[in-house]
Design a protein. Sequence first.
Length: 470
Amino acid sequence: MAISTTTKSGEAPGGKPGGGADLQELARRHLWMHFTRMGAYGPDHPIPIITRGEGCYVYDEHGKRYLDGLSALFCVNVGHGRAEIGEAAAKQISELGFYTNWSYAHPRAIELAAKVAELAPGDLNRVFFTSGGSESVESAWKLAKAYHQLNGDQRRTKLIARDLAYHGTTHGALTATGITSLREQFEPLVPGGLHAPNTNVYHLPPDHEPLWAADAIEQMIEFQGADTVAAVILEPVQNAGGCFTPPEGYFQRVREICDRHGVLLISDEVICSWGRLGYYFGHERYGYSPDIVTTAKGITSAYAPMGAMIASDRIAEPFMQGEKSFSHGITFGGHPVSAAIALANIAIFEREDLCGHVRAKEPEFRGMLEGLRELPIVGDVRGAGFFQAIELVKDKETRESFSDEECEVLLRGFLSNALFDKGLICRADDRGDPVIQLSPPLIADSEQFEEIDRILRSVLTEAWDKIVRH
Ligand SMILES: Cc1ncc(COP(=O)(O)O)c(C=O)c1O
């Protein structure tokens, strides 16, 4: 497909785009894709260019259809192509394209803050908008530090996250992220970032103490000195590593530990809110009360960038008095167009009862994935709601995993391409042990589950025969 980026003479002066280059060529030359080995692309290995979306499906530049089994990046929760969201955006732009939340309010930010507070459990009533997940995590850590400072606890600055957890990429959020390969290019990071064990139990002996990972957080707080720890940040279901769910009572134990030591509990629900686990907020599913919730992605179903940090009244209250303020802000936090989109998005959630749909369909979705356990390469299936992972193993009996080199061949050399070629977008990931993650739009139903089953079954069987047994 040729697009007209040529100069008058048809030349591309100074190496600038032009000469009738097509999208592939322009992308390879100018677009810096995130977390992407740009050098892997070339004439024989084109960049996937997605041009259109509808419901659970997206289409590439050649018109080929893909089942979006990842909701783009765990975020297009209401599905693609919702015209009414576009209408809400257009209406807002014609009324007020932008105004800031720095010392001013505008109707959509106010309405959205009130709506989020209405939907959030308990006293999570104060909403600070951001432009995305990393900024929400940055904001939460900063709020925790500032809160303790206001209370005279100046030494409480440290943040405890978990091994392998992904909390974003800005310096503070990256400090919370527990994935060595993402951190090493940027060290030293923010002082005070610590990592405790996560709740991956698949490779532990069956008789391990069920709440050991919660107790490990307490040991870390005690070792560091409780008066130096500001907060613990945890996802309800940990994404990186492959949808680690909490054992029964885990979050209740963590809450007790935090309370005992005066440490705040931040629930990072950038993925796990907005219906992903069948509830507006992931912590509702596990029955705990965080002090701060971080969210993003599904708040607008990604129709525009937006995130939020939601603080309990207890945490926000000291900042609401007299001359006090939270010295933190982001130009686009609470952007009126994003806020209008979020309101339209939430209206769809309510009208179509998407949380109820996820709760009702989870057993069918999960049941389909459980059926894949009969394949020799499928070791574990885990997750919650429409957020599930399959762990791949070399040996089911011993649960032996693949080496780094084997993962490279299996995931990047075969699975990612084979799944995509067969029309399924999902994530083949080896930030921990190798997993395939599925997180379809919340409107997905039996038809899409059957399609996922059919493609995964054939590709995983081929992977076993061609790559593993070979
Ligand atoms: C739990 C969690 N926190 C934070 C982030 C960072 O969000 P963003 O990419 O919008 O900055 C992500 C992104 O996937 C996430 O999953």
